[in-house]
Design a protein around this ligand. Sequence first.
Ligand SMILES: [Zn+2]
Length: 289
Amino acid sequence: MTFPRTIAIDFETANERRDSPCAVGLAWIEGGRVVRREARLIRPAEMRFSPGNIRVHGIRPRDVADAPSFPEAMAPFLPEIAGSLVLAHNASFDVGVLAATLQAYGLAQPAYTSLCTVQLARRHWPGEGGPGQGTYRLSALAARVGVTFRHHDAGEDAYACAEIALAVMRESGAPDIVSLARRLGLARERAGEGERAPDGIAARALRGVAPRPARAPVLHFVVRGSTGTPYDVRLIEGRDGPRLRCSCAGARFRPDCRHVRALANGEVDALLSDNPGDVAALAGLLRLA
Ligand SMILES: [Zn+2]
């Protein structure tokens, strides 16, 4: 049996904007292993690099001055993403970068399905580690499955993401990653809604899974609550500007719950999602409110 093409993808961004990718990494999975790896530097449309982002990935304006623009860099890969299963660690970020940047350049959104390896790991290795130990971070999971990589190099991060998915797949005895997602009860998210659906094998394999509505490209964090429960914290557009909304019960009564306050203060101790750079960017965004 053949499965949809599976590609792990990772973007690094120049600043807090989703449409500012400055590097992309891709790793193709076939037959239970990584068969191809690619990485490209990207020259963002706006050459504005935030110190927090530079601290994370080390890419500076001079490094990308002569790099291809997003449309040029992605041209060989976009046809491959169409109809694929896209893996990413904290997928809402990478899916959001792809969607926002395609939109910024007026390019068509390819239809594909995404699967988050943070969720995959959390389902497969539930409730491990105490609060704030970052058990589901890319670096921690890579160490756990014995993958050596240079963190925050896009090509290396995509490779580590692919190897983590493969390790979970092998441990659980699933024949492929689509079966694994189904087995773990993870809904894969369809992107590129409104575009023509992928044809053939990929479409048949993916049919029967009800697509959830595509997420808007927003900042999204997963934090561990005091009892270990993970909560989603999202940056939303409030009446008085951007604000954070938490999924915890307390936030229904008090919007600035402890999780929101911690992130707004730049605290990453309880952060489960692999985006401490986004927390650094938050302070600036919230100051606008
Ligand atoms: Zn909360």
